[in-house]
Design a binder for this molecule. Structure first.
Ligand code: 5GP
Length: 208
């Protein structure tokens, strides 16, 4: 039987509330873990190295790209972000479901490389809600805020390429909806082939 975990891509524009939704999702199931990305973005107040991100220099990030140790990577509003191949493989092999909270270019790369991944996009109810949330969060300067809002429009247009789109009008509901999708995904026929074969092989051993 295949005990590998599910690779889950969770995207959504900056200000869509995906961090809150992800924290709620992780509380619903101990077997779901998040992958910690590397980034060249400076840390924000309260962010912890090794918990929120691995904050690295641009040089270290470029080395990781040339050494091909990243499963995916992208430049987002002037900073690099990427996922460690080794860490994700280890978690999946141990049977855990791994969430990559990444932007759309990284999601596109994952679709190419890992075709059995599940890709979910979190959509805000409107651009006003998104802009308001981003503004009130107060983590970005004016330039970064503008560039994130511009990027948000492109990302929302790309959402149609995902497997599922979940609206975030309520973070608890959104997390529960995502959890339902994850659970249903595990019973897709393409994921059940090994167990069907096991049962069929077992049938051959039974005396009739
Ligand atoms: P933030 O700077 O707000 O933490 O993240 C900016 C964007 O980068 C978000 O959309 C976030 O999901 C995305 N991101 C975070 N980690 C990664 C990663 O490892 N790879 C990619 N492609 N995007 C990431």
């Amino acid at each position: 039987m295949n005990n590998n975990g599910l690779l889950i891509v969770l995207s959504g524009p900056s200000g869509s509330g995906k961090d809150t939704v992800l924290e709620k999702l992780l509380k619903l199931d101990d077997n779901i873990v998040k992958s910690i990305s590397a980034t060249t973005r400076p840390s924000r107040d309260g962010e912890v190295d090794g918990k929120d991100y691995f904050f690295v220099s641009e040089e270290a990030f470029c080395d990781a790209i040339s050494n091909k140790t990243l499963l995916e990577h992208a430049k987002y509003c002037g900073n690099y972000y990427g996922t460690s191949k080794k860490v994700v493989e280890k978690l999946l092999n141990s049977g855990q479901d791994v969430v990559l909270k990444i932007e759309t270019e990284g999601a596109r790369q994952i679709k190419e490389k890992c075709e059995d991944s599940l890709r979910i996009f979190i959509l805000p109810t409107s651009m006003e809600v998104l802009a308001d949330r981003l503004f009130k969060r107060g983590t970005e300067d004016k330039k970064s805020l503008e560039s994130r809002l511009t990027r948000a429009v492109d990302e929302i247009a790309y959402s149609l390429d995902y497997d599922y789109i979940v609206i975030n009008d309520d973070a608890d509901k959104c997390a529960r909806n995502i959890y339902s999708i994850i659970n249903a995904e595990k019973f897709r026929v393409c994921r059940m082939k090994n167990i069907v074969n096991e049962v069929l092989n077992n049938a051959k051993t039974i005396d009739r």
